[in-house]
Design a protein around this ligand. Structure first.
Ligand SMILES: Cc1cc2nc3c(=O)[nH]c(=O)nc-3n(C[C@H](O)[C@H](O)[C@H](O)COP(=O)(O)OP(=O)(O)OC[C@H]3O[C@@H](n4cnc5c(N)ncnc54)[C@H](O)[C@@H]3O)c2cc1C
Length: 333
């Protein structure tokens, strides 16, 4: 194994900056890891006109920032970014490289790992350093029923992607300073085989689920993405927000922002309507401040039903549809 620099790198994924805080969360975790390994925390940024993000990452824990700033990098192109990352990993030999498990990170990081011949643990929910100074990467396995602890003893860098919301970002430090290492773009970059025709920003959520008075939360028991959509209709009628469990978010029925639980958001509604949710501790840990809970589940023994003030043993879809119908009728009359 080659000798590596005592550096933990965090890839700067700054797209949709105000919603995507995973880079800041990874910097915070790296500060903690670096104390155990005696390493420097570094951010890596590719793009065009990225100085504000350089400053931001320094204010959130980066001691050094590697920057490739060039107008050809204005858009995210996975092929170009992979080539650049491979180039600088080979040159500087960091001991760890952490990437947010965003849509981009998920396609970018495995390609980098393949090119530099190292392993990658995807979608980690924890990172720690073991007695041998190795990065222990904890990731759910077998549909989330097991937690696998994975190490990369023989190859470098040790690479992981990490979901948003697992770690807490550090507060912005206005007095922080860091070293900036500008890196020139190589003359020959791969030709982009994908042409961006149009892009559209998703409007930021205006209402925060953490502050919502009514939350309609759905789990795997809703059955499908199509059926889950009913919860949005119900939430709209009630003036509430929609929350979801992890299997729902992983299946793409609801977005990452909706995840309620240990790895997601903490809520404190006056009324929580819970549909087809078993009530695993990782989910219910975020519900302790809910004032009144109504749960619908086919299984009366589900922990969520035990926790609820009102437990309705029924099909979640039927109850949801009936509520929507009833509310609409009352609005009309
Ligand atoms: C490290 C770690 C972190 C995690 N963090 C989170 C987190 O932040 N948030 C989170 O939610 N999960 C988290 N999980 C996952 C968590 O352990 C559970 O797996 C998850 O919450 C279960 O989601 P669920 O209730 O939707 O699905 P299931 O557990 O599959 O439950 C589905 C429920 O629906 C009921 N049901 C089925 N069909 C119907 C029907 N037609 N009508 C009514 N009811 C029906 C079933 O009886 C069952 O109770 C985490 C796991 C790990 C290991």
């Amino acid at each position: 194994m080659k000798k590596t620099a005592k550096e933990i790198w965090v890839f700067g994924d700054y797209r949709n900056y105000f919603r995507n805080r995973v880079t800041l969360q990874l910097l915070a975790k790296s500060v903690e890891l670096a104390k155990k390994t005696g390493s420097q925390v570094c951010a890596v940024i590719f793009g065009n006109g990225v100085q504000e993000y350089v400053n931001e990452y320094i204010a959130h824990g980066a001691e050094k920032v590697y920057v490739i700033d060039h107008d050809s990098l204005h858009e995210y192109h996975v092929e170009t970014y992979v080539v650049l990352m491979e180039m600088i990993v080979r040159k500087y030999q960091p001991e760890m490289l952490l990437v947010g498990a965003t849509c981009f990170g998920r396609e970018f990081a495995p390609r980098v790992a393949k090119r530099v011949h190292t392993g990658l643990t995807a979608d980690c929910v924890d990172l720690e350093i073991n007695g041998d100074g190795l990065l222990v990467q904890t990731a759910p396995a077998f549909g989330g029923n097991l937690l696998a602890k994975i190490i990369t003893p023989h190859h470098r860098p040790q690479m992981a992607t990490v979901r948003a919301g697992v770690f807490k970002e550090l507060p912005h430090d206005y007095h922080a300073s860091g070293k900036v290492i500008p890196i020139p773009v190589p003359k020959r970059l791969p030709e982009n085989r994908v042409r961006l025709i149009r892009s559209k920003h998703e409007p930021p959520r205006t209402n925060r689920i953490e502050d919502a008075k009514i939350v309609v939360c759905g789990g795997r028991g809703m059955g499908s993405k199509q059926k889950f959509k009913k919860l949005f209709a119900l939430a709209e009628l009630l003036g509430g927000e929609v929350g979801a469990t992890r299997p729902v978010v992983y299946s793409g029925w609801a977005d990452d922002d909706s995840l309620i639980g240990q790895a997601g958001r903490q809520i404190k509604p006056l009324l929580l309507l819970s549909f087809g949710i078993s009530g695993a501790i990782q989910h219910t840990a975020a519900l302790s401040d809910a004032k009144f809970i109504i749960a619908v589940n086919k299984n009366p023994e589900a922990p969520m039903m035990k926790m609820a003030d009102v437990a309705i043993v029924a099909d979640a879809n039927q109850v949801c549809s009936a509520l929507i119908r009833e509310i609409r009728e009352r609005i009309r009359s």
